[in-house]
Design a protein around this ligand. Structure first.
Ligand SMILES: *[C@@H]1O[C@H](CO)[C@@H](O)[C@H](O)[C@H]1NC(C)=O
Ligand SMILES: *[C@@H]1O[C@H](CO)[C@@H](O)[C@H](O)[C@H]1NC(C)=O
Ligand SMILES: *[C@@H]1O[C@H](CO)[C@@H](O)[C@H](O)[C@H]1NC(C)=O
Length: 419
C-alpha cells in the first residue's frame, strides 16, 4: 500500500475507497477521538496518522468511538429535533451537532426566530449531544466535509429520510453517500418548526379576533383550528426512549420545579440547569393543558402536554418529569417524591399569585423548603411568540410556502422502519 504525504484522509477515502476506507476510518477513531476540539483549524492529516496504524492491531477489539455528525438550524427547537438527535446518537458513541449560523439561515430561509446564542443553549442542553460546532454551513460543501472528517474526526454524517437538495437540485449528501459515510434516520412524525410558527400565528389571530369581535371571527377561528391541530401521535415507547429510567439514588436531595414549559426555550434550559445544581435529582412538574389554559388564556398552551413533556425530558439537567402536575403543591406530593427543595424562577409568564389565585407554593413555603432562584434569562414563551408577531408578514409568507412542501412530504411519505 502506498501513502503519499500530502494526502488528506478525505482524498484517500474518496479516490481509493477500496484501499483506504476501513483503515482510515479506524485510525481516525483510535488515534484522535480524545483530542477533539483542541485544534480546530490545523489538525494533522495523514503523516501524523501513520504511527497510529501500528496501534490498530493491538487495540483491535477494544471499544471504538464512532463519531457521528448531524446538522441543522434548530430554530424553535422542539422534541422532533431532539428525537432526530437521539436517533443519530444511537448510530455512534459521540454525537457532534453542526449548528447553522444566523447569516446562513438569513441567506437561505430568512431571519431565524432564535439567535445563535439561544439555539446553542437549546442544542447543548440536549442529553444526547456531546459537542456542538457553531456556525456550520447551511449545505455541506466538499470542503466542509473534509473538515468534518479530518479535523472533527467524524465517521458518519447523519440525516433524516426527507430529501435535502442543494440549490442546483443535487443531493446535499451525495459525496458522503459515495464514500460510505452517510447514514439515515427516520424523520420524526407530527411536528416541525413550520407547524409551530403556524400555531403561534393562529393563536395570535385568535387573540386579535377575540378582541375585535368583528365579522371575520368565525372564519379565522375555523382556519386556526383546522390548520394547526397537532399531528403528534404520542406513544409510550417514545416516552421510554426519552426517559432516563432512573429514580433518585439513596439519600439523594430531590429538587422540584414546575411550570408549563411551553415552546421550550433557552430560558427553560438555563433555569433547569440552575435548579439541578441545588440538589442531586431534578424532578420537573409539567402542568396539564387545562391548567395552562386556565392561567394563560384559551389559546395556550401552544404545545400539548405530551409534547411539552418530551421537550423537558430531552434536557440533560432533568432526571424525571410529572406528566400533568397540579398547580398547587401539596404535602402529599412532597412526601411521595421526598422533595427537599421547591424552586421557582424570577422570570415567569404571568404572576398568577397576584391575579386572585391562591399561592401554589404555600405548603413548601410554610415548610421552609421553598426558594426563589434568579432566572438566568428573561426570555419567555410570550416573548418568543412576540418576535414572530413582530415579523408577522415575513413568517406568514415563508410559512405558507413551507407548509405546502411539508404537506407534500407527508402525502408522498411511505412507511420506513426506524425508531
Ligand atoms: C370551516 O370553513 C369551511 C369553509 O371555509 C366550512 O365548510 C366548514 O364547515 C367550517 N368548519 C367549521 C367547524 O366551522
Ligand atoms: C429523602 O431526602 C433526604 C434529603 O433531603 C435524604 O437525606 C433522605 O435519605 C431521603 N430519603 C430516602 C428514603 O431516600
Ligand atoms: C431582557 O434582558 C435584556 C438584557 O439582559 C434586556 O436588554 C431586555 O430588555 C430584557 N427584556 C425584557 C422583556 O425584559
Amino acid at each position: 500500500m502506498e501513502y503519499q504525504a500530502n494526502y488528506s484522509i478525505w482524498d484517500g477515502v474518496y479516490y481509493h475507497p477500496h484501499l483506504f476506507g476501513g483503515i482510515m476510518l479506524t485510525a481516525a477513531l483510535l488515534g484522535f477521538s480524545t483530542s477533539y476540539f483542541s485544534g480546530m483549524a490545523s489538525f494533522p492529516t495523514l503523516p501524523y496518522m501513520l504511527p497510529y496504524l501500528g496501534n490498530l492491531q493491538k487495540q483491535k477489539g477494544s471499544k471504538k468511538h464512532i463519531r457521528v455528525y448531524m446538522d441543522g438550524c434548530f430554530d424553535l427547537m422542539h422534541y422532533g429535533h431532539a428525537n432526530a438527535l437521539r436517533q443519530a446518537k444511537a448510530l455512534g458513541d459521540e454525537l457532534v451537532v453542526g449548528l447553522v449560523s444566523d447569516e446562513e439561515i438569513i441567506n437561505n430561509k430568512g431571519p431565524p426566530v432564535l439567535s445563535m446564542e439561544e439555539r446553542l443553549a437549546l442544542v447543548s442542553g440536549l442529553k444526547w449531544v456531546d459537542e456542538v460546532i457553531a456556525n456550520a454551513p447551511y449545505a455541506i460543501t466538499e470542503e466542509f466535509m473534509n473538515r468534518l472528517f479530518n479535523e472533527h474526526k467524524i465517521d458518519y454524517i447523519i440525516h433524516g429520510d426527507d430529501p435535502c437538495l442543494l440549490p442546483d437540485g443535487s443531493d446535499a449528501y451525495a459525496l458522503a453517500k459515495k464514500v460510505g459515510r452517510y447514514k439515515q434516520i427516520k424523520r420524526t412524525e407530527g411536528v416541525s418548526s413550520t407547524d409551530i410558527v403556524g400555531r403561534i400565528l393562529a393563536s395570535m389571530e385568535d387573540i386579535e379576533v377575540n378582541r375585535e369581535r368583528n365579522g371575520m371571527k368565525s372564519n379565522l377561528d375555523n382556519h386556526s383550528q383546522s390548520k394547526h391541530a397537532s399531528n403528534f401521535l404520542p406513544t409510550s415507547r417514545r416516552i421510554v426512549q426519552f426517559s432516563n429510567g432512573k429514580g433518585p439514588g439513596p439519600n439523594a436531595r430531590v429538587v422540584y420545579i414546575d411550570g408549563a414549559f411551553d415552546l421550550f426555550h433557552a430560558g427553560h434550559v438555563e433555569i433547569l440547569k440552575s435548579a439541578r445544581q441545588l440538589g442531586d435529582f431534578l424532578l420537573v412538574g409539567i402542568y396539564t393543558d387545562q391548567t395552562v389554559s386556565q392561567h394563560r388564556g384559551s389559546h395556550f398552551p401552544l404545545m400539548h402536554l405530551h409534547e411539552r413533556s418530551l421537550s423537558v425530558l430531552a434536557c440533560r439537567y432533568v432526571d424525571e418529569v410529572i406528566i400533568g402536575a397540579p398547580w398547587k403543591i401539596t404535602n402529599d406530593m412532597i412526601t411521595t417524591f421526598n422533595i427537599s427543595l421547591v424552586v421557582h424562577g424570577t422570570v415567569s409568564e404571568s404572576d398568577s399569585s397576584l391575579n386572585g389565585f391562591v399561592d401554589p407554593y404555600k405548603v413548601p413555603k410554610n415548610m421552609d423548603i421553598f426558594k426563589t432562584i434568579e432566572s438566568p434569562k428573561n426570555i419567555t414563551t410570550t416573548s418568543v411568540a412576540q418576535r414572530i408577531k413582530a415579523n408577522y408578514e415575513i413568517y406568514e409568507k415563508r410559512n405558507a410556502k413551507k407548509e405546502a412542501s411539508e404537506k407534500k412530504f407527508y402525502e408522498d411519505r411511505k412507511y420506513i422502519s426506524g425508531d
